[in-house]
Design a protein around this ligand. Sequence first.
Ligand code: GLU
Length: 312
Amino acid sequence: MLSTPPVGRFAPSPTGRMHLGNVFTALISWLSVKSRGGRWILRIEDLDTQRSRMEYAKQIEEDLLWLGLEWDEGGLDDKGANGPYSQSRRSEIYSQYLAKLSGHTYPCFCKRGDIMATQAPHQSDGRIIYSGKCRPDSFPAPEATSPHSTRIVVPNRYIHFTDRMYGEQRVNLAQECGDFVVRRADGAFGYQLAVVIDDALMGVTEVVRGSDLLLSAAQQIYIYELLGFAAPEFAHVPLLFSPDSDRRLSKRDASLSMEALRKNYSAEELIGMLANIAGLRSTPTPVSANELLEDFDFGLIHRAEHLRAPYV
Ligand code: GLU
């Protein structure tokens, strides 16, 4: 039987220039689907309109093309049939699906945790476990008129899934995060809700991203269940840590931002460096993304919690 080609995606938030860690995730995600004849979608995650900038989105596109990581669908010019591909232009779609979840959501008047809801929760952000203070006794919850965020009730049971990299996972959302925000008080939609709706409607079959979003996979699988969508396969990859400290790369690591890297290295040199860090090549010899397709094997990628970025 012929299996259908996989559909992957890269979903950057345009809040700054990409760094080596972002490129690492993009590369593995691209290789994973393109090596099997699949399609790769570029989605712009600009739910937080305060922090997102069009210039950054354009720069991300330009950097990806420079690296040889071309997308088949999506991007700022909405290539493909499942657009728009920028989350800031998908509010109507999110509203429709949020309405379907009304038996599981409630208005919340607490301020904590609201603002962060539009961003993917990276571990270094710290974790807030919501107490359930505003959770009503029965559902559907009574309507509220004063400003409020909307939270989704999480079950007190294990959600099981198998991550392609980290294996069997079981997560009890009640213990790990509590009821979480799906819409902020200012109307912006939450990352967890938007990402599920987008991945489902865009036909994404595999999600490759940084390992600090492993817990988010459980939150997302729960929303998939409630909306009756089939969940994609998850493959979280190790985070790149700064060469001289125990934290993931961030915008602070200016020497590892694409701006600095492009001044000092060719695309092939950078891809060669990343292929070596990942475990795909035994030396950091320059290589193009296309050349890596020939013998790409996800199983070769080091199964570490994090990998160390090189001094550059
Ligand atoms: N927009 C998220 C980030 O840049 C990625 C989330 C995802 O891949 O699901 O961290």
